[in-house]
Design a protein around this ligand. Sequence first.
Ligand SMILES: *Cc1c(COP(=O)(O)O)cnc(C)c1O
Length: 372
Amino acid sequence: MPDFRSDTVTRPTPAMREAIAQAEVGDDVFGDDPSINRLESHAAELLGFEAAVFAASGTQTNLMGLLAHCERGEEAIVGQQWHTYRWEAGGMAVLGSIQPQPIDNAPDGSIPLEAIEAAIKPDDPHFARTRLICMENTTGGKVLPMDYLRAVRALAQRRGLATHLDGARLWNAAVEVARRRSQNEREGDEAGSGGADPRAVARDICAQFDSVSMCLSKGLGAPVGSLLLGSRALIQRARRWRKMLGGGMRQGGLLAAAGQHALESHIDRLALDHARARRLALGLQAASRQHPDSLQVDTPQTNICFVKVSESIAPAFAAHLADHGIRVTGRSGAYGSGMVQRWVTHLDIDDQDVEDALTVVQAFFDRLPASG
Ligand SMILES: *Cc1c(COP(=O)(O)O)cnc(C)c1O
């Protein structure tokens, strides 16, 4: 039963369960859960920050970060499609009285520098005070270019703004950038000499931000948990917000041990998820070749493959997949009257799952009368 709905569906591996079973615990609200303390300092060191705080979810760490940056009546610049704006129930506005300033995303997932610059409000009592620029990487499975992130950082510094990264899938971005750098090195391109370790790339990404939120419970495969990273002062403020949000955990070391194991063992294997997503995309294209307008498959950069399914086949195709136990998410109305499916690869999807899914897809198109 391959489940391509999200990389959040992974279950802990036997080794992760062992790490959970062995975890030393204490009361984290008193600051003495050794497993949480270890995870927080490990992650801060790994990513080049002074401090980190462990919390229940990425929604929570994003919110804690936003609340730690912005006062009531201040403004955060966000992407129209980004999680912090669109998928977190309006938390920054509801709970922080922070005004989000959304900007339309470009096709590569970024928000244009000129649009950011134009959205920054002058110091005038009519306006909210612009305080923060948010980014998201990966965003919709796409990697934001490093030069772009550096330019955003420079713009923020020039205008006296802080920067926050929703790096729910930071490690997917880092692994893909590392792969590209290694490839450039092999091809003798000097621009590729920045090193090909995903950890070095992740530090490079994080160096452009005052705070970063990252999920342990997506591609990294932990059952629960996210981290917020930043300066000691910012993380101290975020801890107060976590408590107020009801997010103070007690013997949370059981969860932190899973996160620690994930950071130690599950980063490099993300390259497999990316390769499988590319294989899936190629297979979907090949299977629908006789029906040129039925599927439009985006080439995935990381572990997420978006597929536009035409109106003529969308209901039947979705039903066929469901009947064969293949789970994907699909949003109707996002693409004319057709559907946009999202296929996500992760720790619990192997090569065989991908091939089995493609066999099922092929059977659907084999039965479809040829068009064109
Ligand atoms: C999943 C995700 C989050 C956080 O989600 P939670 O389910 O709250 O952990 C934040 N940002 C992005 C881009 C995400 O994909």
